[in-house]
Design a protein around this ligand. Structure first.
Ligand code: NAG
Ligand code: NAG
Ligand code: NAG
Ligand code: NAG
Ligand code: NAG
Length: 314
C-alpha cells in the first residue's frame, strides 16, 4: 500500500464516467492518439536526457550530427570548418565537404531553433531574465506562501469526495486513497495553519528538517516542537549530495554509509519514511550503486528521473 501517490491527481481528472472503464494503458494510448494538449510540455526537447561531460569528437561524422550527440546528453560537440567564399563548410578534409553541409545548416540553424524552443514566449515567461539552455534540467522556484492557497483550493474536489487522507486537529488521521505531501517551497507555517483550521488534511510538508551538520544529523525543527510529527510530515527528505555525498563509484566509506543509516534511522524512529533527493544520475552504474545502497539501508523512496530504471531496482 502506497499512500503518497501524488500523480493520481492528474489521472483521476482524466478518467471519464464511461460504463466500461479503460485501464491505465488504455488511457495512455487514448491521450497519445488524440495528441492531447495535456501531453505537450513546451520545453521537452531534451526531456529525460541527463547532460554529461562528453565531447563528441568529429561530431559531423555521426549519422545525424548534433542531434545524435544531444540525444545522448553529450554536452560538447566538435565541428571542423572550412571557409570558402565566406561560407563555412563542415568536414574533416576537403573531399568530405558538400554544398549542403555547412556550419549554419548542421549546427547554427538547429541550435537556434532548439534554444528558441526551450525559451517559449508566453504569459508565464514575461518576467524571466535568464535564457534556458539546450538541456531542460534547471528549475525555478515559486513563492510558497502565495501559491499554497491555490493548491489547497484546487484539491477541494478531492477533499469533498473524501479521497484525501485527513487528520483531526488532535492528530488522529484517517488514511484516504490519496495523501498529499507538500515539498520544495511549501511553507510549513501555511500547512500548520491550514491543518489547525481543518482545511488540509495531511497536506503535509516533506520534512526537510533532518539536516547533516558537521558529521551529525541534527533534527532542527521536530525536536524543538512536538507539533512536527508524522501527522504533519509523513516523509523526511534530504539532499543526498549534502548528507551523504558518495559518488557511487568504488566502495562507500563508513562515514557516508553511517550518514545514510542515521538519516533513515532517525526518520523511522519517528514513524516517518525516508527519501533522498539530488542523487547523482550519471554515470548510470554509479546511479544504480547509490540506489541499491539506499534501498539496502532502508530508504523508503527512490528519487528518479528514469522511471523504468528505478522500477527495475525493485
Ligand atoms: C500535436 O499537436 C501539436 C500542437 O498542437 C502539433 O505541433 C503537432 O504536430 C501534433 N502532433 C501530431 C502527431 O499530430
Ligand atoms: C510579472 O511581473 C509583473 C510586475 O511585477 C507581475 O504583476 C506579474 O504577475 C508577473 N508575471 C509573472 C508570470 O511572473
Ligand atoms: C480526535 O478527534 C476525533 C474527532 O473529534 C475523535 O473521534 C478522536 O477520538 C480524537 N482522538 C483523540 C486521540 O483524542
Ligand atoms: C510549534 O510551532 C508552531 C508553528 O511555528 C508554533 O505556533 C507553536 O507555538 C510551536 N510550539 C511550541 C511548543 O514551540
Ligand atoms: C567518505 O566519503 C565521503 C563522500 O564521498 C567523503 O566526502 C569523505 O571525505 C569520506 N571520508 C573519509 C574518511 O574517507
Amino acid at each position: 500500500m502506497f499512500p503518497f501517490l501524488t500523480l493520481v491527481i492528474a489521472l483521476a481528472s482524466l478518467v471519464g464516467l464511461s460504463s466500461q472503464r479503460p485501464g491505465v494503458f488504455d488511457e495512455i494510448a487514448m491521450l497519445e492518439a488524440e495528441n492531447s494538449t495535456l501531453l505537450q510540455y513546451p520545453t521537452d526537447f531534451t526531456r529525460n536526457i541527463v547532460p554529461k561531460n562528453i565531447h563528441s569528437h568529429n561530431d559531423y561524422w555521426r549519422d545525424v550530427p548534433l542531434l545524435t550527440a544531444l540525444s545522448l546528453g553529450v554536452a560538447s560537440v566538435e565541428a571542423d570548418v572550412w571557409a570558402f567564399d565566406g561560407t563555412l563548410f563542415i568536414g574533416h578534409e576537403l573531399a568530405a565537404l558538400t554544398p549542403a553541409r555547412t556550419f549554419e545548416s548542421l549546427y547554427v540553424d538547429p541550435l537556434l531553433s532548439i534554444i528558441a524552443g526551450q525559451n517559449p514566449k508566453s504569459q508565464f515567461t514575461v518576467n524571466q531574465t535568464g535564457i534556458n539552455g539546450v538541456f531542460d534540467m534547471s528549475s525555478a522556484t515559486t513563492d510558497g506562501p502565495t501559491t499554497l492557497p491555490f493548491v489547497l483550493e484546487a484539491l477541494q474536489p478531492l477533499r469533498e469526495r473524501g479521497y484525501l487522507t485527513t487528520c483531526e486537529a488532535n492528530g488522529t488521521c484517517t488514511l484516504g486513497p490519496l495523501t498529499v505531501v507538500g515539498t520544495g517551497n511549501t511553507p510549513l507555517d501555511g500547512i500548520l495553519a491550514a491543518l489547525t483550521e481543518g482545511r488540509v488534511l495531511r497536506c503535509s510538508v516533506d520534512w526537510q528538517v533532518l539536516c547533516f551538520d558537521e558529521d551529525q544529523f541534527v533534527i532542527l525543527l521536530p525536536a524543538l516542537n512536538s507539533t512536527f510529527d508524522i501527522t504533519v510530515s509523513p516523509i523526511a527528505s534530504t539532499d543526498y549530495e549534502v548528507a551523504v555525498g558518495w559518488s557511487g563509484i568504488g566502495t562507500i566509506n563508513q562515514t557516508a554509509l553511517a550518514a545514510v543509516q542515521q538519516f533513515v534511522g532517525d526518520a523511522h524512529a519517528l514513524g516517518i519514511r525516508a527519501r533522498f533527493w539530488d542523487t547523482p544520475g550519471y554515470p548510470i552504474h554509479a546511479r544504480d550503486n547509490i540506489w541499491k545502497t539506499l534501498i539496502d539501508n532502508g530508504a523508503d523512496w527512490l528519487n528518479a528521473d528514469d522511471l523504468e530504471a528505478a522500477a527495475n531496482m525493485f
